[in-house]
Design a protein around this ligand. Structure first.
Ligand code: PA5
Length: 503
Protein backbone atom coordinates (compact mmCIF):
# COMPACT_ATOMS: atom_id res chain seq x y z
CA UNK A 1 0.00 0.00 0.00
CA UNK A 2 1.40 3.48 -0.83
CA UNK A 3 2.39 5.75 2.05
CA UNK A 4 -0.34 8.28 3.01
CA UNK A 5 1.35 11.22 1.28
CA UNK A 6 2.33 9.45 -1.88
CA UNK A 7 -0.18 10.30 -4.62
CA UNK A 8 -1.87 7.17 -5.77
CA UNK A 9 -1.63 6.45 -9.49
CA UNK A 10 -4.77 8.10 -10.74
CA UNK A 11 -5.01 7.30 -14.44
CA UNK A 12 -5.89 3.79 -15.59
CA UNK A 13 -6.75 2.23 -18.91
CA UNK A 14 -8.44 -0.84 -20.29
CA UNK A 15 -6.01 -1.91 -23.00
CA UNK A 16 -7.35 -5.19 -24.29
CA UNK A 17 -7.36 -4.10 -27.95
CA UNK A 18 -4.35 -3.06 -30.03
CA UNK A 19 -5.67 0.45 -30.25
CA UNK A 20 -6.02 3.50 -28.07
CA UNK A 21 -7.49 2.33 -24.75
CA UNK A 22 -10.50 3.52 -22.78
CA UNK A 23 -9.01 5.58 -19.95
CA UNK A 24 -10.12 6.80 -16.54
CA UNK A 25 -8.15 9.79 -15.30
CA UNK A 26 -9.14 10.92 -11.82
CA UNK A 27 -6.18 13.12 -10.92
CA UNK A 28 -8.47 16.14 -10.54
CA UNK A 29 -10.38 14.22 -7.86
CA UNK A 30 -7.44 13.13 -5.66
CA UNK A 31 -6.12 15.74 -3.24
CA UNK A 32 -2.40 15.01 -3.65
CA UNK A 33 -2.65 15.32 -7.43
CA UNK A 34 -4.94 18.34 -7.33
CA UNK A 35 -2.48 20.13 -5.01
CA UNK A 36 0.32 19.64 -7.53
CA UNK A 37 -1.82 20.60 -10.51
CA UNK A 38 -3.32 23.74 -9.04
CA UNK A 39 -0.56 25.16 -6.81
CA UNK A 40 -1.92 28.72 -7.11
CA UNK A 41 -4.89 27.71 -4.98
CA UNK A 42 -2.63 26.71 -2.06
CA UNK A 43 -3.24 28.17 1.34
CA UNK A 44 -6.96 27.87 1.08
CA UNK A 45 -8.58 25.26 3.32
CA UNK A 46 -9.91 23.08 0.54
CA UNK A 47 -8.71 19.65 1.48
CA UNK A 48 -12.10 18.56 2.66
CA UNK A 49 -13.47 18.69 -0.89
CA UNK A 50 -11.09 16.02 -2.18
CA UNK A 51 -10.51 12.36 -1.83
CA UNK A 52 -7.11 11.53 -0.30
CA UNK A 53 -4.80 8.86 -1.70
CA UNK A 54 -4.91 7.18 1.69
CA UNK A 55 -8.71 6.85 1.65
CA UNK A 56 -8.55 5.22 -1.73
CA UNK A 57 -5.69 2.90 -0.80
CA UNK A 58 -7.50 1.85 2.36
CA UNK A 59 -10.39 0.66 0.23
CA UNK A 60 -8.23 -1.57 -2.01
CA UNK A 61 -8.46 -4.75 0.12
CA UNK A 62 -12.27 -4.40 0.32
CA UNK A 63 -12.48 -3.90 -3.45
CA UNK A 64 -10.42 -7.04 -4.02
CA UNK A 65 -12.65 -9.00 -1.62
CA UNK A 66 -15.84 -7.78 -3.27
CA UNK A 67 -14.57 -8.75 -6.70
CA UNK A 68 -13.60 -12.17 -5.35
CA UNK A 69 -17.05 -12.50 -3.82
CA UNK A 70 -18.73 -11.68 -7.16
CA UNK A 71 -16.55 -14.28 -8.85
CA UNK A 72 -17.51 -16.90 -6.26
CA UNK A 73 -21.20 -16.08 -6.68
CA UNK A 74 -20.88 -16.53 -10.43
CA UNK A 75 -19.00 -19.79 -10.06
CA UNK A 76 -20.73 -21.56 -7.16
CA UNK A 77 -24.55 -21.82 -6.94
CA UNK A 78 -24.39 -22.24 -3.16
CA UNK A 79 -22.51 -18.91 -2.85
CA UNK A 80 -25.12 -17.29 -5.07
CA UNK A 81 -27.90 -18.66 -2.87
CA UNK A 82 -26.23 -17.11 0.19
CA UNK A 83 -25.92 -13.63 -1.43
CA UNK A 84 -28.57 -10.94 -0.86
CA UNK A 85 -31.47 -11.77 -3.20
CA UNK A 86 -32.14 -11.21 -6.02
CA UNK A 87 -28.67 -11.74 -7.42
CA UNK A 88 -28.72 -11.10 -11.17
CA UNK A 89 -25.07 -11.55 -12.10
CA UNK A 90 -26.00 -13.02 -15.50
CA UNK A 91 -24.95 -9.87 -17.37
CA UNK A 92 -21.32 -10.36 -16.33
CA UNK A 93 -20.75 -13.57 -18.27
CA UNK A 94 -23.44 -13.14 -20.93
CA UNK A 95 -21.14 -11.51 -23.55
CA UNK A 96 -18.66 -14.36 -23.29
CA UNK A 97 -21.42 -16.99 -23.44
CA UNK A 98 -22.98 -15.44 -26.54
CA UNK A 99 -19.62 -15.10 -28.31
CA UNK A 100 -18.58 -18.66 -27.49
CA UNK A 101 -21.91 -20.07 -28.61
CA UNK A 102 -21.56 -18.15 -31.86
CA UNK A 103 -18.03 -19.47 -32.41
CA UNK A 104 -19.17 -23.06 -31.82
CA UNK A 105 -22.51 -23.09 -33.66
CA UNK A 106 -22.46 -20.15 -36.04
CA UNK A 107 -25.69 -21.16 -37.80
CA UNK A 108 -27.87 -21.76 -34.79
CA UNK A 109 -26.47 -19.37 -32.15
CA UNK A 110 -28.58 -16.67 -30.58
CA UNK A 111 -26.37 -14.08 -32.28
CA UNK A 112 -27.03 -15.70 -35.63
CA UNK A 113 -30.77 -15.79 -34.95
CA UNK A 114 -30.75 -12.09 -34.05
CA UNK A 115 -28.75 -11.12 -37.14
CA UNK A 116 -31.09 -13.17 -39.29
CA UNK A 117 -34.23 -11.67 -37.74
CA UNK A 118 -32.70 -8.20 -38.14
CA UNK A 119 -32.10 -8.83 -41.83
CA UNK A 120 -35.71 -9.93 -42.29
CA UNK A 121 -36.98 -6.80 -40.56
CA UNK A 122 -34.80 -4.65 -42.81
CA UNK A 123 -36.04 -6.42 -45.91
CA UNK A 124 -39.68 -6.07 -44.90
CA UNK A 125 -39.87 -2.56 -43.47
CA UNK A 126 -38.30 0.87 -43.72
CA UNK A 127 -39.32 1.85 -40.17
CA UNK A 128 -39.25 0.13 -36.83
CA UNK A 129 -41.03 0.98 -33.58
CA UNK A 130 -39.36 -0.40 -30.47
CA UNK A 131 -41.68 -0.67 -27.48
CA UNK A 132 -40.23 -0.89 -23.97
CA UNK A 133 -39.49 1.11 -20.83
CA UNK A 134 -36.65 1.39 -18.29
CA UNK A 135 -34.04 -1.28 -18.84
CA UNK A 136 -36.02 -2.60 -21.79
CA UNK A 137 -35.56 0.68 -23.65
CA UNK A 138 -32.69 2.85 -22.48
CA UNK A 139 -29.81 0.57 -23.50
CA UNK A 140 -31.06 0.24 -27.07
CA UNK A 141 -31.62 3.98 -27.25
CA UNK A 142 -28.15 4.75 -25.87
CA UNK A 143 -26.55 2.52 -28.52
CA UNK A 144 -28.67 3.88 -31.37
CA UNK A 145 -28.02 7.53 -30.56
CA UNK A 146 -24.31 7.03 -29.94
CA UNK A 147 -23.60 4.96 -33.02
CA UNK A 148 -26.00 5.98 -35.80
CA UNK A 149 -25.73 9.24 -37.72
CA UNK A 150 -27.27 12.08 -35.69
CA UNK A 151 -30.03 12.70 -38.26
CA UNK A 152 -30.49 9.07 -39.27
CA UNK A 153 -34.29 9.23 -39.50
CA UNK A 154 -34.13 12.23 -41.84
CA UNK A 155 -31.85 10.51 -44.36
CA UNK A 156 -33.09 8.80 -47.53
CA UNK A 157 -33.34 4.99 -47.54
CA UNK A 158 -30.39 4.89 -49.93
CA UNK A 159 -28.11 6.91 -47.66
CA UNK A 160 -29.30 4.85 -44.69
CA UNK A 161 -28.26 1.68 -46.61
CA UNK A 162 -31.65 0.16 -45.88
CA UNK A 163 -31.34 0.62 -42.11
CA UNK A 164 -34.87 1.45 -40.93
CA UNK A 165 -35.90 4.70 -39.34
CA UNK A 166 -36.47 4.04 -35.64
CA UNK A 167 -38.92 5.24 -32.99
CA UNK A 168 -39.15 4.34 -29.31
CA UNK A 169 -42.60 4.07 -27.72
CA UNK A 170 -44.24 2.34 -24.78
CA UNK A 171 -42.00 4.39 -22.49
CA UNK A 172 -44.68 6.70 -21.15
CA UNK A 173 -48.41 7.22 -21.35
CA UNK A 174 -48.49 10.20 -23.65
CA UNK A 175 -51.65 10.09 -25.73
CA UNK A 176 -50.73 12.87 -28.12
CA UNK A 177 -47.22 11.58 -28.78
CA UNK A 178 -48.67 8.15 -29.56
CA UNK A 179 -51.30 9.71 -31.82
CA UNK A 180 -48.57 11.66 -33.64
CA UNK A 181 -46.59 8.49 -34.16
CA UNK A 182 -49.60 6.62 -35.55
CA UNK A 183 -50.27 9.53 -37.86
CA UNK A 184 -46.68 9.45 -39.06
CA UNK A 185 -46.65 5.69 -39.66
CA UNK A 186 -50.03 5.29 -41.34
CA UNK A 187 -49.41 3.84 -44.80
CA UNK A 188 -51.11 5.45 -47.79
CA UNK A 189 -54.18 3.42 -48.72
CA UNK A 190 -53.35 0.18 -50.51
CA UNK A 191 -49.58 0.80 -50.48
CA UNK A 192 -48.46 -1.82 -47.95
CA UNK A 193 -46.88 -3.87 -50.71
CA UNK A 194 -44.00 -1.41 -50.66
CA UNK A 195 -41.24 -1.66 -48.04
CA UNK A 196 -41.25 2.14 -47.64
CA UNK A 197 -44.83 2.00 -46.33
CA UNK A 198 -44.27 -0.70 -43.73
CA UNK A 199 -43.25 -0.46 -40.09
CA UNK A 200 -41.88 -3.34 -38.04
CA UNK A 201 -42.74 -3.67 -34.37
CA UNK A 202 -40.34 -4.92 -31.68
CA UNK A 203 -41.83 -5.36 -28.21
CA UNK A 204 -39.33 -5.63 -25.34
CA UNK A 205 -40.46 -6.48 -21.82
CA UNK A 206 -38.70 -8.93 -19.54
CA UNK A 207 -41.67 -9.44 -17.24
CA UNK A 208 -44.08 -9.14 -20.16
CA UNK A 209 -46.54 -7.43 -17.84
CA UNK A 210 -45.39 -3.79 -17.72
CA UNK A 211 -48.50 -1.71 -18.27
CA UNK A 212 -46.96 1.11 -20.32
CA UNK A 213 -45.47 -1.34 -22.83
CA UNK A 214 -48.51 -3.64 -22.87
CA UNK A 215 -50.90 -0.73 -23.43
CA UNK A 216 -48.80 0.65 -26.30
CA UNK A 217 -48.57 -2.80 -27.88
CA UNK A 218 -52.31 -3.37 -27.62
CA UNK A 219 -53.01 -0.04 -29.36
CA UNK A 220 -50.36 -0.42 -32.03
CA UNK A 221 -51.32 -4.01 -32.76
CA UNK A 222 -54.88 -2.93 -33.46
CA UNK A 223 -53.58 -0.46 -36.03
CA UNK A 224 -51.18 -3.01 -37.51
CA UNK A 225 -54.08 -5.46 -38.01
CA UNK A 226 -56.00 -2.65 -39.63
CA UNK A 227 -53.17 -1.48 -41.90
CA UNK A 228 -51.69 -4.82 -42.91
CA UNK A 229 -52.98 -8.28 -43.75
CA UNK A 230 -52.87 -10.66 -40.76
CA UNK A 231 -49.88 -12.65 -42.12
CA UNK A 232 -47.95 -9.45 -42.89
CA UNK A 233 -48.73 -7.92 -39.47
CA UNK A 234 -47.44 -11.10 -37.81
CA UNK A 235 -44.31 -11.09 -39.97
CA UNK A 236 -43.64 -7.51 -38.89
CA UNK A 237 -43.75 -8.41 -35.17
CA UNK A 238 -40.81 -9.51 -32.99
CA UNK A 239 -40.94 -10.03 -29.24
CA UNK A 240 -38.18 -9.98 -26.60
CA UNK A 241 -39.22 -11.33 -23.19
CA UNK A 242 -38.65 -13.93 -20.55
CA UNK A 243 -39.70 -17.02 -22.49
CA UNK A 244 -41.96 -18.58 -19.88
CA UNK A 245 -45.09 -17.78 -17.92
CA UNK A 246 -45.91 -15.46 -16.16
CA UNK A 247 -44.71 -13.29 -19.07
CA UNK A 248 -48.03 -12.31 -20.62
CA UNK A 249 -46.16 -10.99 -23.60
CA UNK A 250 -44.86 -14.50 -24.17
CA UNK A 251 -48.42 -15.79 -23.95
CA UNK A 252 -49.60 -13.11 -26.40
CA UNK A 253 -46.83 -14.14 -28.82
CA UNK A 254 -47.98 -17.75 -28.59
CA UNK A 255 -51.64 -16.82 -29.06
CA UNK A 256 -50.77 -14.79 -32.16
CA UNK A 257 -48.93 -17.79 -33.55
CA UNK A 258 -45.59 -15.98 -33.71
CA UNK A 259 -42.87 -18.38 -34.92
CA UNK A 260 -40.04 -19.24 -32.52
CA UNK A 261 -37.68 -17.31 -34.78
CA UNK A 262 -39.52 -14.09 -33.84
CA UNK A 263 -39.34 -14.58 -30.06
CA UNK A 264 -36.09 -13.77 -28.23
CA UNK A 265 -35.27 -14.46 -24.58
CA UNK A 266 -34.07 -12.20 -21.78
CA UNK A 267 -32.33 -14.60 -19.39
CA UNK A 268 -33.85 -14.96 -15.94
CA UNK A 269 -30.62 -13.91 -14.19
CA UNK A 270 -30.17 -10.69 -16.21
CA UNK A 271 -31.97 -7.73 -14.60
CA UNK A 272 -33.69 -5.09 -16.75
CA UNK A 273 -31.13 -2.28 -16.43
CA UNK A 274 -28.31 -4.80 -16.89
CA UNK A 275 -29.88 -6.28 -20.05
CA UNK A 276 -28.33 -4.15 -22.79
CA UNK A 277 -26.17 -7.09 -23.97
CA UNK A 278 -29.13 -9.48 -24.04
CA UNK A 279 -31.62 -9.43 -26.95
CA UNK A 280 -33.28 -6.44 -25.20
CA UNK A 281 -30.46 -4.24 -26.49
CA UNK A 282 -28.85 -6.46 -29.10
CA UNK A 283 -31.87 -7.17 -31.27
CA UNK A 284 -32.75 -3.48 -31.79
CA UNK A 285 -29.02 -2.81 -32.31
CA UNK A 286 -28.82 -5.54 -34.98
CA UNK A 287 -31.94 -4.21 -36.73
CA UNK A 288 -30.27 -0.80 -36.77
CA UNK A 289 -27.24 -2.28 -38.50
CA UNK A 290 -24.84 -2.12 -35.54
CA UNK A 291 -22.10 -4.71 -35.13
CA UNK A 292 -23.39 -6.70 -32.16
CA UNK A 293 -20.32 -8.97 -32.18
CA UNK A 294 -18.09 -5.95 -31.54
CA UNK A 295 -20.39 -4.69 -28.77
CA UNK A 296 -20.06 -8.05 -27.05
CA UNK A 297 -16.29 -8.21 -27.61
CA UNK A 298 -15.89 -4.83 -25.92
CA UNK A 299 -18.09 -5.91 -23.02
CA UNK A 300 -16.30 -9.25 -22.65
CA UNK A 301 -12.87 -7.61 -22.71
CA UNK A 302 -14.00 -5.27 -19.96
CA UNK A 303 -15.18 -8.22 -17.86
CA UNK A 304 -11.79 -9.88 -18.30
CA UNK A 305 -10.04 -6.66 -17.35
CA UNK A 306 -12.26 -6.48 -14.25
CA UNK A 307 -11.38 -9.99 -13.08
CA UNK A 308 -7.70 -9.97 -14.06
CA UNK A 309 -6.21 -6.56 -13.40
CA UNK A 310 -4.93 -5.60 -9.95
CA UNK A 311 -7.14 -3.18 -8.06
CA UNK A 312 -4.86 -0.19 -8.68
CA UNK A 313 -5.14 -0.68 -12.45
CA UNK A 314 -8.74 -1.82 -12.54
CA UNK A 315 -11.10 0.58 -14.25
CA UNK A 316 -14.49 -0.64 -12.91
CA UNK A 317 -13.13 -1.01 -9.38
CA UNK A 318 -11.54 2.43 -9.34
CA UNK A 319 -14.58 4.10 -10.91
CA UNK A 320 -16.73 2.45 -8.23
CA UNK A 321 -14.31 3.45 -5.46
CA UNK A 322 -13.99 7.11 -6.48
CA UNK A 323 -17.77 7.43 -6.96
CA UNK A 324 -18.50 5.69 -3.66
CA UNK A 325 -15.98 7.74 -1.63
CA UNK A 326 -17.30 11.02 -3.00
CA UNK A 327 -20.84 9.99 -2.09
CA UNK A 328 -20.23 8.27 1.23
CA UNK A 329 -17.13 9.86 2.78
CA UNK A 330 -17.03 13.31 1.21
CA UNK A 331 -20.81 13.65 1.45
CA UNK A 332 -21.32 14.77 -2.12
CA UNK A 333 -24.72 13.29 -3.01
CA UNK A 334 -24.93 14.53 -6.60
CA UNK A 335 -23.20 12.63 -9.39
CA UNK A 336 -22.99 14.36 -12.75
CA UNK A 337 -22.23 12.39 -15.89
CA UNK A 338 -21.02 15.22 -18.08
CA UNK A 339 -20.97 13.94 -21.65
CA UNK A 340 -19.03 15.93 -24.24
CA UNK A 341 -21.08 14.80 -27.24
CA UNK A 342 -24.74 15.20 -28.14
CA UNK A 343 -24.66 11.57 -29.18
CA UNK A 344 -24.12 10.50 -25.58
CA UNK A 345 -27.16 12.14 -24.00
CA UNK A 346 -29.09 8.84 -24.05
CA UNK A 347 -26.09 7.08 -22.51
CA UNK A 348 -26.52 9.56 -19.66
CA UNK A 349 -30.21 8.62 -19.32
CA UNK A 350 -29.22 4.95 -19.27
CA UNK A 351 -26.67 5.63 -16.50
CA UNK A 352 -29.23 7.72 -14.58
CA UNK A 353 -31.48 4.66 -14.47
CA UNK A 354 -28.64 2.28 -13.63
CA UNK A 355 -27.60 4.37 -10.63
CA UNK A 356 -31.12 5.31 -9.47
CA UNK A 357 -32.59 1.83 -9.50
CA UNK A 358 -29.46 0.02 -8.34
CA UNK A 359 -28.25 2.32 -5.57
CA UNK A 360 -31.27 4.42 -4.57
CA UNK A 361 -32.36 2.13 -1.75
CA UNK A 362 -32.85 2.05 2.01
CA UNK A 363 -32.84 5.86 2.17
CA UNK A 364 -29.39 5.98 0.57
CA UNK A 365 -27.90 6.53 -2.85
CA UNK A 366 -26.35 9.26 -5.01
CA UNK A 367 -28.57 11.36 -7.28
CA UNK A 368 -27.39 10.99 -10.88
CA UNK A 369 -27.67 13.88 -13.34
CA UNK A 370 -26.70 14.00 -16.99
CA UNK A 371 -25.18 17.15 -18.48
CA UNK A 372 -24.53 17.48 -22.21
CA UNK A 373 -21.62 19.72 -23.05
CA UNK A 374 -21.03 22.33 -24.09
CA UNK A 375 -24.81 22.92 -24.10
CA UNK A 376 -25.19 22.70 -20.34
CA UNK A 377 -22.22 24.93 -19.56
CA UNK A 378 -24.85 27.55 -20.32
CA UNK A 379 -27.30 26.17 -17.78
CA UNK A 380 -26.02 23.71 -15.14
CA UNK A 381 -22.51 25.12 -15.60
CA UNK A 382 -23.28 28.06 -13.30
CA UNK A 383 -24.26 25.71 -10.50
CA UNK A 384 -21.32 23.36 -11.04
CA UNK A 385 -18.88 26.25 -10.78
CA UNK A 386 -20.52 28.37 -8.14
CA UNK A 387 -23.30 26.47 -6.40
CA UNK A 388 -23.43 24.08 -3.45
CA UNK A 389 -20.34 21.88 -3.15
CA UNK A 390 -22.41 18.73 -3.34
CA UNK A 391 -21.20 16.94 -6.46
CA UNK A 392 -18.59 14.97 -8.31
CA UNK A 393 -18.44 15.48 -12.06
CA UNK A 394 -17.51 12.51 -14.25
CA UNK A 395 -16.71 13.78 -17.75
CA UNK A 396 -17.09 11.43 -20.72
CA UNK A 397 -14.92 12.74 -23.54
CA UNK A 398 -14.50 11.18 -27.00
CA UNK A 399 -10.90 11.58 -28.12
CA UNK A 400 -11.23 10.98 -31.86
CA UNK A 401 -13.99 12.12 -34.15
CA UNK A 402 -15.38 9.94 -36.96
CA UNK A 403 -15.88 12.60 -39.62
CA UNK A 404 -13.37 15.11 -41.02
CA UNK A 405 -12.83 18.02 -38.63
CA UNK A 406 -14.75 21.15 -39.66
CA UNK A 407 -12.57 24.27 -39.65
CA UNK A 408 -13.94 27.69 -38.71
CA UNK A 409 -12.44 29.27 -41.84
CA UNK A 410 -12.26 32.89 -42.91
CA UNK A 411 -15.12 35.38 -42.92
CA UNK A 412 -14.28 38.18 -45.39
CA UNK A 413 -15.17 41.17 -43.20
CA UNK A 414 -14.17 39.44 -39.91
CA UNK A 415 -17.20 41.08 -38.31
CA UNK A 416 -17.24 38.45 -35.56
CA UNK A 417 -13.49 38.97 -34.94
CA UNK A 418 -12.81 35.25 -35.13
CA UNK A 419 -10.51 35.16 -38.15
CA UNK A 420 -7.56 34.48 -35.84
CA UNK A 421 -9.20 31.12 -35.20
CA UNK A 422 -9.67 30.31 -38.88
CA UNK A 423 -7.37 27.25 -38.71
CA UNK A 424 -9.09 25.91 -35.61
CA UNK A 425 -11.75 23.26 -35.93
CA UNK A 426 -14.89 22.35 -33.97
CA UNK A 427 -13.00 19.52 -32.17
CA UNK A 428 -10.24 22.04 -31.25
CA UNK A 429 -12.88 24.26 -29.66
CA UNK A 430 -14.54 21.35 -27.86
CA UNK A 431 -11.25 20.14 -26.41
CA UNK A 432 -10.43 23.66 -25.26
CA UNK A 433 -13.86 23.93 -23.61
CA UNK A 434 -13.37 20.60 -21.78
CA UNK A 435 -9.89 21.51 -20.56
CA UNK A 436 -10.93 25.05 -19.64
CA UNK A 437 -13.91 23.75 -17.67
CA UNK A 438 -11.83 21.22 -15.74
CA UNK A 439 -9.34 23.97 -14.99
CA UNK A 440 -12.04 26.36 -13.80
CA UNK A 441 -13.51 23.70 -11.51
CA UNK A 442 -10.05 22.62 -10.33
CA UNK A 443 -9.08 26.21 -9.48
CA UNK A 444 -12.16 26.43 -7.31
CA UNK A 445 -11.47 23.05 -5.65
CA UNK A 446 -14.31 21.25 -7.41
CA UNK A 447 -13.49 17.66 -8.27
CA UNK A 448 -13.78 16.18 -11.76
CA UNK A 449 -12.75 12.91 -13.39
CA UNK A 450 -12.38 12.02 -17.07
CA UNK A 451 -13.53 8.88 -18.82
CA UNK A 452 -11.78 9.19 -22.16
CA UNK A 453 -13.19 7.10 -25.02
CA UNK A 454 -10.83 6.55 -27.95
CA UNK A 455 -13.73 6.76 -30.42
CA UNK A 456 -17.49 6.20 -30.59
CA UNK A 457 -17.75 2.69 -31.96
CA UNK A 458 -19.40 -0.57 -30.96
CA UNK A 459 -16.32 -2.00 -29.24
CA UNK A 460 -15.79 1.09 -27.08
CA UNK A 461 -19.48 1.38 -26.16
CA UNK A 462 -19.41 -2.32 -25.22
CA UNK A 463 -16.50 -1.64 -22.89
CA UNK A 464 -18.00 1.51 -21.41
CA UNK A 465 -21.47 0.12 -20.65
CA UNK A 466 -20.07 -3.07 -19.15
CA UNK A 467 -17.62 -1.03 -17.06
CA UNK A 468 -20.44 1.14 -15.68
CA UNK A 469 -22.58 -1.92 -14.86
CA UNK A 470 -19.72 -3.72 -13.10
CA UNK A 471 -18.81 -0.56 -11.18
CA UNK A 472 -22.44 -0.12 -10.07
CA UNK A 473 -22.60 -3.67 -8.70
CA UNK A 474 -19.40 -3.09 -6.72
CA UNK A 475 -20.61 0.30 -5.53
CA UNK A 476 -23.86 -1.24 -4.27
CA UNK A 477 -21.89 -3.80 -2.32
CA UNK A 478 -19.66 -1.04 -0.88
CA UNK A 479 -22.75 0.87 0.21
CA UNK A 480 -24.33 -2.22 1.71
CA UNK A 481 -27.35 -2.20 -0.63
CA UNK A 482 -28.31 -4.90 -3.10
CA UNK A 483 -27.71 -3.42 -6.58
CA UNK A 484 -30.26 -5.80 -8.09
CA UNK A 485 -34.04 -5.61 -7.86
CA UNK A 486 -36.04 -2.38 -7.65
CA UNK A 487 -38.60 -2.77 -4.86
CA UNK A 488 -39.28 0.97 -4.92
CA UNK A 489 -40.70 0.80 -8.44
CA UNK A 490 -43.30 -1.75 -7.44
CA UNK A 491 -45.34 0.56 -5.19
CA UNK A 492 -46.61 2.84 -7.97
CA UNK A 493 -47.31 -0.16 -10.19
CA UNK A 494 -49.43 -1.79 -7.48
CA UNK A 495 -51.35 1.43 -6.78
CA UNK A 496 -51.93 2.04 -10.46
CA UNK A 497 -53.30 -1.44 -11.03
CA UNK A 498 -55.61 -0.95 -8.01
CA UNK A 499 -56.80 2.45 -9.26
CA UNK A 500 -57.54 0.90 -12.63
CA UNK A 501 -59.43 -1.96 -11.00
CA UNK A 502 -56.96 -4.61 -12.10
CA UNK A 503 -56.34 -5.84 -8.53
O1 PA5 B 1 -34.20 -2.37 -14.38
C1 PA5 B 1 -35.31 -2.84 -14.38
O2 PA5 B 1 -35.53 -4.03 -14.07
C2 PA5 B 1 -36.52 -2.02 -14.78
O3 PA5 B 1 -36.16 -0.73 -15.12
C3 PA5 B 1 -37.24 -2.67 -15.96
O4 PA5 B 1 -36.35 -2.75 -17.04
C4 PA5 B 1 -38.48 -1.87 -16.37
O5 PA5 B 1 -39.34 -1.74 -15.28
C5 PA5 B 1 -39.21 -2.59 -17.50
O6 PA5 B 1 -39.56 -3.89 -17.11
P1 PA5 B 1 -39.95 -4.99 -18.16
O7 PA5 B 1 -38.81 -5.28 -19.02
O8 PA5 B 1 -40.35 -6.17 -17.33
O9 PA5 B 1 -41.12 -4.44 -18.95
Amino acid sequence: MPSPDEPISAAVACTTRDAEPLRFDFRNAVYEHWRLRFPQTQGQPREEHFLKSRQLAELFPTLAQLREQVLREITFPEERARAPQPVDHGFITLPQQLLEEDAQAANSSLLHRMRHAALQVRELADRVVILGIGGSYLGARALAEALLPTYHNELSAEIRHGIPRYYFEGNGLDNDALADLLHLLQPSAGRTDSREMRTALVVVSKSGTTLETSAAFRVLWRYWCDWYSKPLATQLLTVVTECQPPSRLYQVAQTLGLPRTAIFPIPDDVGGRFSVFSPAGLLPAAILGLDIGQLLRGAHDMTQHFFREPVEQNLPLLFAAVSYLYYEKLRKPIRVLSVWSKKLEALGLWYDQLVSESLGKEEKGPTPITAVQTRDLHSRGQQHQDGTRDRIIHNVFVNNIQKPAIRLGIMPDNADQLNDLCEKSIPDLLRAAWQATNQAYGEDARATTDLILPILDEYTLGQLLQMLMLATVIEGRLMGVNPYGQPGVEAYKRNMRCLLGLE
